[in-house]
Design a protein around this ligand. Structure first.
Ligand SMILES: Cc1ncc(COP(=O)(O)O)c(C=O)c1O
Length: 387
């Protein structure tokens, strides 16, 4: 057992700047619905190149309003990846739609565009590719499939803020209608809880703003001075059913500082991943994550696979337990979503996506996060090599 604190697979990196900025907000007039929200949204837009950003209370909320803005409803089928957190497809269920799981590509564990095409029916409305572990999915090909079949693309980029695809930042929505981020503490940046939807469409932006706030708007034909005279200056309307998915100024103050540090976070993640790639490449019982040519991964995770041909002593559970015993808080990402009992109760069964199931049987996420010191990295390396 390690004599110091265990090393988690990921965690937040917060310094005094965040604490100072949060304190300023606490002493200000606005602790929610104030100026910090727009400032944070502007920072997301200028970093990614997207025209509009709507910051909300979580990545899950962001996925939910993105699906509603895409008009997913009863009868809609939405194709997504099984190797993800349940939120990526729960959002479809929230809207009454049916998630359809397409199998993954073996090198990246991202959804396979060929498998997407195989699952398209007359009911298909959208595709939600997930950029697993921070490595963007094959967006250009996915977008081509979507265009051909008149489908909406919502990128689940919860893992991928800071990643690039063909030299454009994830979040630019170059190959999608909307991109969703999460700011949970294990992600590229954090606001405690938080998320955002980015888009280049003014129409979607308007809907997203209202969905975040009960379906209410203050802007409308009544906001001209003459009309306001009639309706009254307080007037607002609820035009459809929305939610309270607002994020606070306290959180956004933290997010603004984190955005300034994002590139340094990603550089550190990349440095550690490069080191792991180098030293682990000699271990025959391990398969390492790959980064494709047109990609710079955000390295949200370092997902290794235990080699199938390795001796029985390298079975995943044994390796996992040994690493945990030695103080590495490794994790498994992910149980294919449709294998959860709730999804089974909806009729999904084992065998839908064999490559995803094989991936799940063998995956372990090794600690990788920007607050790791060099001595932590060395400890991880020695521990894994010592298995
Ligand atoms: C791929 C993916 N999508 C969506 C989410 C949901 O984000 P949040 O936890 O901010 O609601 C997560 C969270 O872990 C995730 O990993």
């Amino acid at each position: 057992m390690k004599d110091t604190k265990p090393i988690p697979y990921s965690r937040q990196y917060i310094e005094k700047d965040e604490i100072q900025e949060i304190t300023k907000v606490l002493k200000s007039d606005w602790i929610t619905q104030g100026p910090k929200i727009r400032e944070f949204e502007d920072a997301l837009c200028s970093y990614t190149g997207a025209r509009y950003a709507v910051a909300v209370s979580s990545g899950t909320a962001a996925l939910h309003i993105a699906c509603l803005a895409a008009e997913i409803s009863g009868g809609s089928e939405v194709i997504s990846s099984p190797i993800t957190f349940a939120a990526s497809s729960n959002c479809v269920l929230y809207c009454g739609g049916r998630p359809v799981f397409a199998d993954i590509e073996t090198d990246t564990a991202n959804i396979d565009p060929i498998e997407i095409e195989r699952h398209i029916t007359g009911m298909t409305k959208a595709i939600i590719p997930v950029h697993f572990a921070g490595h963007p999915a094959a967006l250009e090909r996915i977008n081509a499939v979507a265009k051909k079949n008149n489908l909406i693309v919502i990128e689940d980029a919860a893992h991928a803020l800071g990643a690039t695809y063909q030299d454009t930042k994830i979040g630019s929505c170059r190959y999608s209608d909307m991109t969703v981020f999460s700011f949970h503490p294990v992600k590229s940046i954090t606001t405690g809880e938080g998320g955002a939807v980015l888009t280049n469409s003014k129409e979607l932006y308007r809907k997203l703003l209202m969905l975040r706030n009960h379906g209410i708007t203050k802007d409308g034909p009544w906001s001209t001075p003459e009309a306001a005279e009639v309706k009254g200056p307080w007037y607002y309307e609820q035009q459809f059913l929305g939610f309270n998915y607002r994020i606070t100024d306290i959180q956004c103050a933290m997010g603004i500082i984190q955005m300034k540090r994002l590139d340094s976070f990603i550089r550190r993640r990349r440095e550690i991943a490069t080191e792991y790639n180098k030293v682990f490449s000699g271990l025959s019982w391990l398969e390492l994550p790959r980064e494709r040519n047109e990609i710079n991964s955000a390295w949200h995770l370092y997902p290794v696979r235990v080699n199938k041909k390795a001796a029985p002593r390298y079975k995943r559970k044994k390796v996992f337990n040994q690493l945990r015993q030695k103080g590495l808080l490794v994790q498994v990402h992910y149980i294919p979503v449709y294998l959860h009992p709730y999804y089974e109760s909806l009729g999904y069964r084992k065998g839908i996506c064999p490559k995803a199931e094989d991936f799940y049987e063998r995956e372990i996420s090794i600690p990788l996060h920007p607050s790791m010191k060099n001595k932590d990295v060395r400890y991880v390396i020695e521990t894994v090599k010592g298995i």
